[in-house]
Design a protein around this ligand. Sequence first.
Ligand code: HAM
Length: 423
Amino acid sequence: MELQALRGTSDILPEDIPRWLSLERTIRRLARLYSYDEIRTPLLEEASLFRRSVGETTDIVQKEMFQFEDRSNQLIVLRPEGTASIVRAYLEHHLDKRIGFAKLFYCGAMFRAERPQAGRFRQFHQFGVEAIGSHSPWIDVEAITLCQAMLSACGLPQSRLWLSSMGCKPDQLRASQKLRERLSLHRSSLCSDCQSRFDKNIFRVLDCKKESCRAIVWKEKTSPFILCAECQAHYDQVRQGLHSAGISFDDTGIFARGLDYYTRTVFEFRAKGLGAQDAVAAGGRYNHLVEELGGPSTGAVGFAAGIERLLMAIPKGTSDSSTVSRHGIYVAVTQPTLIAEGFRLSQQLREKGIAANMDYDSKSLKAQLREADKVQAQYVAILGEAELAQQSITVKDLGQGTQRTIPLDQFIQEMSHAANHEQ
Ligand code: HAM
């Protein structure tokens, strides 16, 4: 059998890289604009980190973690998400004491042993932010605003923001009892996953993508969450803040998030045309997580967006992300004996910061020109005996279709000037 990438994983080929780089540039620019600093945490973590944060009863922990024992019998996992790792790093490096309120941004691979399908992968990439150290509803507003700004700057044409509040722990206890009462009559009609969620993590039923479960959940039009006065005031302030920031949202849905650490505000951006896996970004507040992982009581909020899903929802060619422009110089030699001269010239260009490429396989000049076009070079620098004797070079501009022979010094000067300008 031919060797293939594992199911649910994929190669990002050179032709896809410009879209990824452009997206990463865009989100980094916006993160800076909102004063979030980048953090990078390991791909490997202790399994207990996610058991204690995401929660024992969640799908992620119950069946989606890639986990193994290392040689010293420590249970290790490939991180399924970023929030828990970032809170661990925040505590481990005493960021609470060093910077107090930490606004952190991240981007990287995550791993979940899910059943792969359109928009659902086993290795995928997220970017996200975590603002740790504030209870203010304005931070919720800022995180949601930033999330929307990032999605639209990446070229997402349309998305819908779902908003809800899951309240505090006592509110959640009341809501889960209420939801259980409501759904108990229909329990046998729920899918098998939801039947086991019913006892273990009832809020996950609200998140089920199966039509039959959705129909049952949506029969009752009102949210099971009845918030205490403080949580209600927080939620009202978030909604007012979003109104004044001009961000429209839908808070009429029966919506909750299935990770254990959420409290109060939860939200999800859903995009059109993605089918069942339509959540491109999601997040919320998690006011107990820092404490649960051994730190002081600390308010925190964040979100993460799935890069593959986002790229699926962004039409190719409409954003600045997909234009591949001609770039660099292809050094072509008129005969194989000039390869060493060609190599010397390529090195000279590279040392000046100019991208240079060439063929070492003694191809004909015609084949080299074809190759230069294929690799999208901007110029071909043709080096022949005559050019060598006169210390000149024949320059073909592949974009413009023009050609001229100029002194070599002038060529290098012009090119390095253009390269400096590009940077
Ligand atoms: P999540 O809802 O599990 O939340 O994931 C966030 C986003 O990651 C999803 O909306 C989706 O776009 C993408 N995603 C998740 N699983 C997959 C998958 N198997 N394949 C492709 N994309 C996927 C979290 O991860 C939380 N840590 C978000 C958060 C940050 N909450 C507070 N701070």
